[in-house]
Design a binder for this molecule. Structure first.
Ligand SMILES: Nc1nc2c(c(=O)[nH]1)N[C@H]1C(S)=C(S)[C@@H](COP(=O)(O)O)O[C@H]1N2
Ligand SMILES: [Mo]
Length: 415
């Protein structure tokens, strides 16, 4: 016997994912008398605006901007801005809203003068400019970039009442990155047999540098030249950046200037003073590159109030540095029962993946949360379990819970 389409899949109103895939949920408004009578709104009465060279969002979307923009005091422009996850859908972040993280501001690089040098333990040291890289084979990667400090504020002992999805989790974005596979360039340079690391250096005033295992460089690393179909934005590495799929953002060196092939890591300032993970026993883990399996509900979330009981869409993003997301589950009772979410069509490795569930909210207080499971079987941990391992805020991938109040307001909560 087929089950009816409104089958509940978990407690407190979570509907079977089939509801999302196959049926409407009767959440729409009724046809108004105005539309029925054929009344024309003002914008239908005269021609609209002229054509333009470059598009911009509707004035009605002016609230959709990066958040938490801030430089750390006493630094030479070290700071971050965050992607407004709660106002976005899909798996690709518009380039203008990609999060930013810089250690010394955004350099204004002249592509005609910029060079990428590959040297060290190679047979033939090589130098490339943008024009020469444009002649090489191209690879496209629709993948996420996440700062290892993302979600770090969720490690605080008390849940911040004014936190939003972007203020906690907005240091992750998704793009189509287009560029040249590094394996092609290193093969041309001729890597010497004893080589095992590559030290990547940036052309910003911070001269950010990271040591990367040669195996990763040869596996799926690219020198990215394009972001969502256009040249990289200056903030994201124009004219070229290293892009390391699934790995912590700081290793994807922007404004890439040098790749030095070595037989050991360089222990640069950027991988010893930070981007190493202090443990409870006082020792630090070095080179913790892959980002863990993770998800967050972007809607409903703080700032997106719910207007009374009824059927709502719970939607969010899931990702894993280990590969594809296999499954996402959503709970509406604080993690006691779980229902499988529907995934949007594009389930790509090391990419943001969009999930959706239908929820019949009864208007009473509820705690909603999500958990992701990746293709290796790794399950996103609870917040408490995630914190047990680390003594600092890097690489936090615990579950995020949102408290829905009887008034429809949504707040950050720990369970
Ligand atoms: N040259 C250089 N590369 C850099 C950085 C930097 O400050 N300088 N910041 C790193 C950090 S910490 C992160 S999280 C990512 C952020 O990339 P985005 O600004 O394109 O989001 O770039 C990394 N690459
Ligand atoms: Mo970062």
């Amino acid at each position: 016997m087929p089950e009816p389409d409104n089958t509940f899949a978990a407690a407190n109103g979570l509907l079977h994912r089939r509801v999302f895939l196959k049926t409407g949920v009767a959440a729409v408004g009724l046809l108004t008398a105005q539309v029925a009578a054929g009344t024309r709104d003002p914008w239908m009465k005269e021609p609209g605006a002229a054509l333009g060279e470059s598009g911009a969002p509707s004035d009605h979307e002016s609230h959709v901007v990066r958040t938490g923009i801030g430089s750390q005091p006493g630094t030479t422009g070290s700071g971050a801005s965050r992607t407004p996850l709660e106002f976005l859908d899909g798996i690709v972040t518009p380039s203008r809203l990609h999060f930013e993280r810089h250690h010394s501001g955004i350099p204004d690089i002249d592509p005609a003068r910029h060079r990428l040098v590959i040297h060290g333990l190679v047979d033939r040291p090589l130098s490339f400019d943008v024009e020469s890289l444009d002649r090489y084979p191209r690879a496209s990667r629709i993948q996420f970039l996440e700062c290892s400090g993302n979600s770090g504020s969720a490690t605080a002992p008390v849940a911040a009442a004014d936190a939003t999805c972007s203020s906690i989790h907005g240091l992750v974005s998704g793009s189509e990155w287009g560029g040249v596979p590094l394996a092609v360039l290193l093969d041309e340079a001729g890597v010497k047999p004893k080589a095992s690391w590559v030290v990547a250096g940036g052309a910003d005033a911070a001269m950010m540098s990271r040591s990367i295992p040669l195996a990763k460089i040869m596996d799926d690393a690219i020198v990215a030249l394009y972001q969502n179909g256009e040249r990289l934005r200056p903030a994201n590495g124009y004219p070229m950046r290293l892009f390391l799929p699934g790995w912590e953002g700081n290793a994807s060196v922007k404004w890439l200037r040098s790749l030095t092939v070595t037989d050991q890591p360089a222990m640069t300032k950027d991988e010893t003073s930070k981007y190493s993970d202090l443990m409870h026993d006082g020792k630090a883990k070095l080179f913790t590159f892959p980002m863990g399996v993770k998800s967050v509900i972007t809607s409903p979330s703080p700032g997106l109030a719910m207007a009374g009981s009824g059927v709502y869409q719970i939607s969010g993003i899931a990702w894993s540095g280990a590969g594809s997301v296999r499954r996402v589950e959503v709970s509406a009772d604080g993690g006691n029962t779980w229902a499988e979410s529907a995934l949007d069509a594009h389930v790509l490795p090391k990419s943001l993946t969009r999930f959706r569930s239908a929820w019949r909210w009864d208007g009473k207080p509820a705690v909603i949360m999500s958990r992701a499971i990746d293709e290796t079987g790794a399950v996103q941990p609870t917040r408490v379990a995630a914190l047990a391992g680390l003594a600092n805020f890097y690489h936090h991938n615990g579950m995020q819970a949102w408290q829905v109040g009887a008034d429809g307001g949504v707040t950050n909560v720990y369970v």
